[in-house]
Design a protein around this ligand. Sequence first.
Ligand code: NAD
Length: 256
Amino acid sequence: MGMLDNKKGVIFGVANERSLAWGIAQTLHNEGMELAFTYAGEAFESRVKPLAESIGSKIILPCDVTDDNQINSVFETLKKEWGGLDGIVHSLAFAKTEELKGEFLNTTREGFKLALDVSAYSLVALVKAAIPLMEGRDSCIVTLSYYGSEKVISNYNVMGVAKAALETCVRYLAVDLGPKKVRINTISAGPVKTLAAMGISGFKGILDMVEAKSPLKRNVTPEDVAKTALYLLSPLSSGVTGEIIHVDAGYNIMGI
Ligand code: NAD
C-alpha cells in the first residue's frame, strides 16, 4: 500500500531526467499517485513524454504558463479525465541568461516582468484554474524556491526577487485556500545541477560552497527534495500550510 494510493496529481516543470520535478514525480508514483505531466513547448515534448510514459502516465499536455488558455485547457482535460485533483507540483522558473550574471542593477523592465510572470505569477494562475477540481478534498500544492530569495547570491539577481514573490504568494494563497481544504507549501531546495541551474553564472562555485560549509557537508540530491515533497503532498503534513521548508543540507542556518 502506498501513501498516495487513489490520489491524482499534476506535475509542472519536467524538462529532462535531471529535473527536480522528475525526482518528485518518481517518488509520488512509487507511493501510488496517478500523475499527469505538462511540458513547456514542443521542444520539451519529446523529452517529457518517454519519462511520463515510463511510469504509466497517460495525460501529457502542453503548458506554457504565460498562456492562460493553455493553463485552462490543462485543468479542463483533468476535470474531464479525473473529475478532481489531489496534488500540484509547481517546479518551474525562467529568467533570461543575461539577467543571471553581473550586476542586479542592470535588470531590464522586460527581464523583470518575464522572470516574475513565469516564476511567481504562474503559481497564482495555476491555482486559480485548479481550485474547482481541488477544493474540499484535502489536496496539496507544492512549489520550489531557493535561498536567493532571502539572501544575496551572486548572479541570482532577478530570480531572487521572483523567488521572494513566489514565497509571499504561497503565504497569501494559503489563507485563501485553507477554508477550501487545500494546503500550499514551498520547498527551498539547495543547489542541484539541472538545466535551469546551469543558466546561473558561477553555479559550480555555489555547489562547492554548500559542500564545504553546510552542516551536512554535502549537496542535496533530487531524492532529498522529492522526499520532502512527498511529505508535503501527503497526510503526514496535514497541519502544515503556507510554510517554507529548507531542504539544503542545513546551509541556511549558518552564520560565521
Ligand atoms: P529544470 O530546468 O529541470 O526545470 C525548470 C522547468 O521550468 C523546465 O521544465 C522548464 O520547461 C520550465 N519552464 C520554464 N519556462 C516555462 C514556461 N514559460 N512555462 C512552463 N514551464 C516553464 O530545473 P530545476 O532545477 O528542476 O527547476 C525546477 C524548480 O526548482 C525551479 O523553480 C527552480 O528555480 C527551483 N530550484 C532549483 C534549484 C537548483 O539548484 N536546481 C534550487 C532551488 C530551487
